[in-house]
Design a protein around this ligand. Sequence first.
Ligand code: ADP
Length: 439
Amino acid sequence: MTRRAIELLLLVALGAVWGWTKGSPAITFAGGLVGALAWSFLDGMRARRVLHWLNKGEAARAPNLGGTWGDLVERCRKVIKKLEKKAQSSDARLEDFLAAIQASPNGVVLLDASGRIEWSNLTAANHLGFDAQGDLGQYVRNMVRNPAFTAYMAGGDFGHEIQIDGPGPRPSQPTKILLQIHPYGKKRKLMITRDVTAVQLAEAMRRDFVANVSHEIRTPLTVLSGFVETMQSIPLEEADRTRYLELMSQQAHRMQTLVSDLLTLSRLEGSPSPGAGEWIDGEELLRHVVSEARGLTQAIAATPHEIEPVEGPGIGVSGAKTELLSAMSNLMSNAVRYTPGGGKIQAGWRMRPDGWGEFFVSDTGPGIAAEHVPRLTERFYRVDRSRSRETGGTGLGLAIVKHVAQRHGGRIDVQSALGEGSTFTMALPPSRVRERVSG
Ligand code: ADP
């Protein structure tokens, strides 16, 4: 017999005994009835507790009951516990899933059927300029105020992506955001955004570069083919012929230098940074570029420059010898080419108190106005275009120096003021330089 039945019988019997003590069968019956009512009240109370608990649905707060109710509670508790575990694991999976979408470099926004933001990762919020938490539930069309986006949303043709301006570091510098909507489920939408500012910048730089190279090559090529045509169509005196051939050779040489600089740059950009390698004698490199510069000044200056190597502490440099030579010789050749004949050029190695080592070239040339200095290492950037051309410049020299310095963990510094000459420095970190060569 179950505990509930025993309880019922006990209460009925208790009521009946109480009625029986009163000496009347009717009261005995009524006593039994009262006992039954008391039991059903108690049982109802237990049922209420169970129902109350089931409404809350928390396994840990199960009421402590015995008998049939206890069994029922225990079974329900087990089922609820199972469901709780299942819910917990799906919550954890959802969290993992959302964390993965948060980590995505692409922006992701979920829109409900009426175009309200249901969820967004931080990337999308940054791309589009809203608050990933605070703007949940807002209509996306109110958050992204852009005519192209409004038309895209209204048109309903989501088979293609659109590009809109996102909030940039400055209003004048908006980011370029690619955005596409993918409908799913019941009229819901998944919106994916991608920041293509850097890609577009690189693409624009590539286009500029190709245009610059074409321009640089076209000019000497035009001159060269002009001379060829002239020589083909007009019989020339020997003196003219020699002069024309000399000019043609100059143009061919100019193209050769340009191609050679372009190849150097592309090698520098495409290969891994040079390892520590062996220690190279900095003074030996200096002697080499000084003698080269002396040759250059003899060739191009009416009054040769005074080129003076400055005695240093005896520096060893670790890196790629050809690259270092190419950088140093570019700095030297610039000093010679931009300083009027007779000017003074000093070059050497020195150690800085912070352990960095520097190769410097100072000249007494025209100097460079401050607004040009930050752009000097851009490819093809020239302050004095005609002087650069006249002296065989390609506009790539300082870009090469910058790359070489960076590949060795260093940088290029320029100190200059108009009319006061310039000092170009290639600074290398302590790991790449040391005093006294031993090896
Ligand atoms: P380029 O082949 O034209 O010399 P670089 O990249 O070597 O190209 O130099 C960029 C520009 O920087 C030059 O066109 C020139 O205007 C300026 N420049 C470089 N070195 C000096 C210098 N020592 N004095 C003055 N101007 C310089």
